[in-house]
Design a protein around this ligand. Structure first.
Ligand code: APR
Length: 260
């Protein structure tokens, strides 16, 4: 009787042979750190689907229309326990890296994972020890200047309203990319290059529904990469994948690490 190789073992063999392994990560990886997803079962947009476009305070147009008013409303929302922004901030403030984040950091430390492209803004990859992380949707702990793109830690924010860049006096916003905001060109270029150069890409906990991130696996595939999806559910990216590991990333990634 031929021994059927388990999908985890198949994936481990592919990953072990890869020369430039990348991972495209979505909210599903942080789900077991207590941070709600957006579109999965019980996700933020699943529960409170944005009626007309983006929910309040998450729209780029709203921000550029009146930055001072936006910052004032944002700071008020962050101290109002009844506001969804307060509740999300609490969840992320209290979140810690889970075994999935730690396994990705281990894969990097062992020289197997070349870089992570994350859609998450929760800083949990850095907290887990990952260093090669491209944050395509920004990072909640940083501010970004709209003029010179300089990024600074949010806790150094001046009391000015709206806060201004100390390098060029440009307008500062949260580094987190908002609905309708273009992805900063520097990080988008780096993500595209990482995808083009990878020969294997793990798709971890993403619904594969938000561009340009969702196009990166296809760009990798066009350049010959093998795609391995890690998700309890099928997604629009599943048909493009060579292998699907069905289940939670915080269980599957450590199993994958231990099988290499
Ligand atoms: N392990 C792996 N995957 C999981 C887990 C888990 N424990 N729990 C849920 N998932 C999967 C869901 O099945 C779903 O496919 O994670 C995915 C989460 O999808 P989304 O909530 O759409 O998150 P994401 O793909 O990261 O969204 C992309 O949309 O709103 C914007 O900027 C936001 O970065 C976000 C982007």
């Amino acid at each position: 009787m031929t021994q059927t190789t388990q999908p985890i073992q198949q994936a481990a063999a592919i990953v072990a042979r890869a020369h430039r392994l990348t991972a495209l990560v979505g909210a599903g990886l942080s789900a077991s750190s207590g941070i709600p997803t957006y579109r999965g079962p019980g996700g933020l947009w699943t529960r409170q689907r944005p009626r007309q476009g983006a929910p309040p305070l998450l729209s780029y147009q709203e921000f550029v229309r009146d930055p001072a008013a936006w910052w004032q409303a944002r700071l008020a929302a962050e101290t109002d326990p009844s506001h969804p922004i307060y509740q999300m901030k609490q969840a992320v403030d209290q979140a810690a890296p889970n075994p999935g984040h730690l396994a990705l950091a281990q894969l990097e430390q062992r020289g197997i994972l070349h870089c992570i492209i994350t859609q998450n803004v929760d800083n949990l990859h850095a907290a887990a020890g990952s260093r090669a992380v491209l944050e395509i949707h920004g990072n909640r702990n940083r501010l970004r200047c709209l003029q010179c793109h300089r990024r600074t830690p949010r806790n150094t924010q001046t009391p000015q309203n709206p806060p201004q860049c100390q390098q060029c006096n440009g307008l500062l916003k949260l580094d987190t990319v908002m609905f309708g905001e273009p992805i900063p060109p520097d990080v988008l270029q780096a993500c595209r290059q990482a995808a083009e150069q990878s020969d294997c890409m793990l798709l971890v906990g993403t619904s594969g529904t938000v561009n340009p991130a969702a196009r990166l696996p296809l760009l990798a595939k066009e350049n010959g990469a093998t795609l391995i999806e890690i998700n309890p559910e099928a997604t629009p990216l599943t048909p493009w994948c060579d292998l699907s590991l069905t289940g939670p990333a915080d269980a599957i990634l450590p199993q994958l690490l231990n099988s290499i």
